[in-house]
Design a protein around this ligand. Structure first.
Ligand code: PMP
Length: 364
């Protein structure tokens, strides 16, 4: 029943980690394939993590309220609108399960989105028997909200929007997105995957907390993996209506999936604005540097608002990818619009210099 996972990040990870014998795992100079934060967790989060080791015998639930209060204050929502999870993937998976499984299973179910985008939720939905209806991105590689609106029908169970989008790094205009949600959410739930939202300037960010507070049927997925560098610690959360969260909770590992060490570090990381600003500023600086360098080599880079870049390459994607990995640079390749693309995460300045040096060697 499960649909094949060809071409996706999941397939990539699975193919790589399951099929590569451990002795052939490359020693990478730069890990630029998973949009991780190269600067590490905030020093304050590290301190909290070390202290919390002594609480390792405890479940985390006593501490959820504290982080929920701080997020609630920041987003303008009550605690009942927040559900924690081990990374935002868990919220994505729960939504895929719920919106494809609840109600009458004999009725056709469609998840509406734009592609290329982040495929995890879509592939899981497909595996549960739903159909994916994907509208192409605009010529500027942005989500095409007008075209999506026109495709909403009686079988549409959920609309999925990734903003900023992965793999393009593009955003949708915040006012346009808010208007879209206000129009669509009364009919169909809108899922907003905001994994990369913290890299945006305030004027570029939609006020999704406000949409939740207004009572709209919107599910916002956030992660600590990116700006807070918690990819290995695993912390994320969903913002939605309490009845939606109650339904999603049936499909998650509930709050037991988050460890107390992660949560205590999460509270410190969320408070450490200085570290977040540092990561955001460095990312933008190094992203500009890398964009300019690639453009200088004649590559058309899609202007990115996130911590990665996407640009078209002129080699067979697998050959290019294998050569880059063999040279110690982990990147990803994609194919869409009839051509191959390289997606490279923004590492440190030194990592990007190493990437550019190997890139020049590989492309000749
Ligand atoms: N959404 C998007 C768009 C992503 O790119 C990712 C991971 N790269 C995730 C969700 C899931 O991340 P996590 O589970 O670490 O929060």
């Amino acid at each position: 029943m499960a649909a094949p996972l060809a071409g996706s990040q999941q397939a990539f990870a699975r193919e790589f980690y399951l099929t590569a014998p451990p002795e052939t795992m490359p020693k990478l100079k730069a890990r630029l394939m998973a949009n991780e934060n190269p600067y590490g967790i905030s020093p304050k989060a590290r301190e909290a993590l070390v202290k919390a080791v002594d609480l390792s015998n405890r479940y985390a639930w006593m501490e959820f309220g504290e982080l929920a209060n701080r997020i609630g204050e920041q987003e303008g929502v009550a605690r009942k609108h927040i559900l924690f999870s081990p990374g935002s993937s868990d919220i994505l998976m729960a939504a895929a399960a719920y919106y494809t499984q609840n109600g009458d299973p004999s009725k056709p179910r469609t998840i509406l989105t734009c592609r290329p985008t982040y495929d995890d939720l879509l592939e899981r939905s497909e595996a549960f028997g739903a159909k994916i209806e994907a509208v192409p991105l605009t010529p500027q590689y942005e989500y095409d909200l007008d075209a999506m609106k026109a495709r909403i029908g009686p079988n549409t169970k959920m609309v999925y929007i990734v903003n900023p989008n992965n793999p393009t790094g593009t955003i949708v205009n915040p006012q346009k997105l808010e208007a879209f949600v206000r129009e669509v959410a009364p009919k169909v739930p809108v899922f907003l995957d905001e994994a990369y939202i913290d890299f945006l300037a305030p004027a570029e960010r939609p006020n999704t907390g406000k949409l939740v507070a207004e009572g709209l049927n919107v599910i916002v997925a956030r992660t600590f993996s990116k700006i807070h560098a918690f990819a290995g610690l695993r912390l994320g959360y969903g913002l939605a209506q309490p009845d939606t969260l109650k339904a999603l909770r049936q499909y998650t590992n509930n709050n037991f999936g988050v460890s107390i060490t992660t949560l205590m570090a999460g509270i410190a990381a969320y408070e450490d604005r200085e570290w977040q600003t540092y990561c955001r500023t460095e990312n933008a600086k190094v992203r500009d540097y890398t964009t300019k360098a690639l453009k200088g080599m004649g590559y058309e880079v899609i202007p990115s608002f996130a911590n990665f870049l996407l640009f078209p390459i002129r080699m067979k994607p697998k050959t290019f990818e294998n050569q880059m990995w063999a040279n110690g640079i982990g990147i990803q390749t994609r194919e869409f619009g009839g051509q191959p693309w390289c997606r490279v995460s923004i590492g440190t300045q030194a990592e990007m210099e190493a990437f550019l040096a190997e890139f020049k060697k590989v492309v000749g």
